[in-house]
Design a binder for this molecule. Structure first.
Ligand SMILES: *[C@@H]1O[C@H](CO)[C@@H](O)[C@H](O)[C@H]1NC(C)=O
Length: 389
């Protein structure tokens, strides 16, 4: 027997069968995934070689930052490229810029990356605000969640074809991590140029030498303990436990990764947890975890929809389901059920982002996404979604 329930879960209504409803309730009890968050910093990967030319053509930098072979000219990088980003975040993204954003930009530049105009968003997930691009074409940017709770900080992420990869929950943690990594790497000839570039922000966040003094021999361990939780570090920690043959610690760490509020809104921890459960032969729990992951925005999975759907033992049902929800009939049905128009529109925008993430075809959905936000009363977000240089 298949009973279906409709539950409001963050970004929209989802159907569950009875067993799954139980999982959902348990999960909800310990998790508050905010439907909407703040602005994230992202790194954008070049997706494929055929997109490369197009992207390269579009990546503009402020004149002062364009062609500086940065690593060796720290002292001469005087022109500040941050003001464009700060006013963009205020005026276009309609939110509060992170306090230390200009210092982070300086550090990225010092690290050899090219500053990217915040409006160079063609082909990218429309919630991204580009900051910089590294030599292999990976872009760091900010991600603007459409309906961020007030006071929520903007996390740092890396933009990929199918969405984003969370680099840090906020700009300060990202700066702090870079400083510790530079300090730990001193034996390899670093003279603290990133620390200098970070200016007063760096002095507030980190005292050089603290890593060595901490007697924590393992850099990852220091970062997790003293700086913050980072998805890549937690995943590496789990893999290390596996290498050491410590399956229990691996699974405990994997579960910890999915704990509420560590990475709000992100489906990635559940994907990873599903992968490790599968690795130890617990396919049914892996399936449940993958299904939880797919209740999050699909652009937060850190991989493709298909990768997760296969663990979830779903084929294209979820895609079909979402396509139905965003059809005129689906919309009328929701309205008939008494769902507020603004909520229907918000859900639809979120579903549309999910659909766009499947093939990374963001451009095909921009107009409809913006339309939904406008309908939901979020005119500023609609304009932000559509804005590009
Ligand atoms: C650019 O960033 C990506 C993602 O973080 C990384 O894998 C790559 O090694 C970086 N390339 C350079 C040249 O630093």
């Amino acid at each position: 027997m298949k009973l279906t329930y409709l539950c409001m879960y963050g970004r929209g209504y989802v159907t569950f069968d009875l067993v799954w409803l139980g999982v959902f309730i348990l999960f909800s009890l310990q998790t508050t995934i905010s439907p909407v968050i703040g602005v994230y910093t992202l790194t954008v990967h070049k997706y494929s070689s055929n997109m490369k030319a197009g992207l390269l053509g579009m990546l503009h930098s402020p004149p002062c930052a364009t062609s500086v072979p940065l690593r060796h000219v720290r002292a001469r990088v005087t022109c500040s490229s941050s003001s464009g980003h700060i006013s963009f975040i205020k005026d276009v993204a309609a939110t509060q810029p992170p306090e230390n954003l200009q210092h982070l930009l300086k550090m990225l530049q010092t690290r050899g990356e090219t500053i990217v105009s915040p409006g160079s968003r063609h082909g990218l997930i429309p919630l991204a605000i580009p900051l910089s691009e590294n030599m292999s074409g990976s872009m760091t940017a900010l991600l603007r969640w459409p309906t961020a709770p007030p006071g929520m900080e903007m996390p740092v992420v890396e933009v990929r074809k199918h969405g984003v990869w969370l680099l840090a929950n906020n700009v300060d943690q990202y700066i702090h991590r870079i400083l510790v990594e530079e300090d730990a790497d001193e034996s390899h000839g670093s003279d603290g140029e990133l620390f200098h570039a970070s200016s007063e922000a760096g002095k507030k966040l980190y005292t050089r030498g603290d890593f060595a003094e901490s007697k924590i021999s393992n850099l990852d361990g220091y970062l997790l303990k003293k700086v913050g939780l980072f998805p890549d570090l937690l995943e590496r920690k789990v893999m290390r436990h596996f290498e050491e043959g410590d399956q229990v610690s691996a699974l405990v760490t994997g579960e910890f990764y999915t704990k509420k509020d560590l990475f709000p809104g992100f489906g990635r921890p559940f994907v990873f947890n599903a992968e490790i459960l599968l690795k130890v032969g617990r396919a049914s729990e892996a399936k449940d975890s993958a299904r939880v992951a797919l209740k999050s925005p699909w652009w937060t999975l850190g991989c493709t929809y298909q990768d997760v759907a296969s663990i979830a033992q779903w084929e294209d049902e979820q895609i079909e389901y979402i396509k139905e929800k965003v059809s005129e009939e689906g919309r009328q049905e929701d309205l008939k059920k008494g769902k507020a128009l603004a909520q229907v529109a918000l859900d639809e925008a979120a579903f549309m982002l999910d659909l766009a993430s499947i093939d990374g075809t963001w451009g095909d959905y921009l107009d409809r996404i913006a339309e939904c936000y406008k309908e939901a009363g979020l005119g500023e977000i609609a304009n932000f979604i559509l804005y590009r240089d």
